[in-house]
Ligand binder design. Structure first.
Ligand code: ADP
Length: 289
């Protein structure tokens, strides 16, 4: 398998590559990851058995779109495919430091806002479906944000949650309530990371902010900000930087729980447990109003 991966890297980069060392990298929740090095080059390679290599093709396309905005650092995708029954994905290696300064968080906020602004589209969705964690994420092109978020985010996950045995309201009722809650909100479609929790944001040893492991699509930029607040929030400097570059609308605070409902439902679908009651709490409030 490693031989095949080395050949694929050589083909993608136009330079012969031989793997001289391979070191496991911890921290991933889904795939097994390695730092692979040869000559003076190092790459990050993750691989996974029993998964369609197309999942990595989708991740690569998302990283490429983000990379091409030249706003915030993301690892450049190199090559991906299948080798000996496993799916693999090779990307640029980024060397992460331990702590991050307030200045680096401020820059991350500014650069994320720049990505949201520069990565613009005239519709919501994406050129293909992808995944959020291990859950499929559907991205049909849609004109109206309220329709997109209600049907393809909340409706989709709610359907899955009920299949997983969760005691949740009827998806059609929830879809109607989400649509109505967002009916006056007409954001511009922005290229968003889509899965921006603290494990997917880091600062390199050079002090450069980077974001990883995306569930890229065109959506309301507020979904990225909402997710950063899901597990305690990023440092205040991040939000200062973001708002200095592109201030958030006032209604953001009312929408963020609704946006995070998507992640509560997804976490329930992936891990079960108390995420279900957090999702129900948001749904109950939504259906009462
Ligand atoms: P998973 O999809 O399994 O959650 P991630 O893509 O989040 O895997 O990667 C797992 C860990 O590997 C991350 O937490 C990060 O520390 C490290 N990592 C991810 N991408 C890179 C990279 N391009 N260069 C160096 N380390 C990386």
């Amino acid at each position: 398998m490693w031989m095949q991966i080395a050949v694929a890297i050589a083909r993608a980069t136009g330079t012969v590559f031989e793997i001289e060392s391979r070191r496991p990298v911890g921290g991933g929740s889904i795939a097994q990851s390695y730092a692979i090095a040869g000559g003076d080059r190092t790459f990050f390679c993750k691989f996974q058995r029993g998964v369609d290599p197309d999942v990595f093709a989708a991740e690569a396309l998302g990283l490429r779109a983000m990379f091409d905005t030249h706003t915030i650092r993301v690892p450049e995708p190199i090559c991906w495919g299948a080798a000996e029954g496993a799916a693999y994905f090779v990307m640029e290696w980024l060397s992460f430091g331990r702590g991050a300064s307030a200045a680096a968080w401020d820059t991350m906020g500014r650069q994320l806002a720049a990505m949201h602004r520069r990565g613009a589209s005239d519709r919501f969705g994406w050129e293909r479906d992808n995944t959020i964690g291990a859950t499929p994420q559907v991205n049909p092109w849609t004109e109206c944000w309220a329709d997109f978020f209600a049907e393809h985010r909340i409706g989709y996950q709610l359907q899955l949650a009920r299949q997983h045995g969760g005691d949740f309201p009827d998806p059609d009722r929830a879809i109607a309530a989400v649509r109505s809650a967002l009916s006056w909100h007409q954001p511009q479609p922005s290229l968003v990371h889509g899965d921006l929790w603290s494990g997917n944001a880091a600062v390199t040893t050079d002090g450069e902010p980077a974001i990883l492991d995306p569930a890229t699509h065109y959506g309301d930029r507020e979904v990225d900000l909402a997710m950063t607040e899901l597990f305690g929030g990023f440092p205040a400097a991040f939000y200062r930087g973001y708002n200095a570059e592109w201030p958030l609308d006032r209604g953001y605070c009312e929408r963020k729980d609704l946006y995070n409902l998507y992640h509560f439902l997804n976490h329930f679908n992936l891990f079960g447990g108390s995420y279900g009651s957090q999702a129900r709490h948001v749904l109950d409030r939504l259906l009462q109003t």
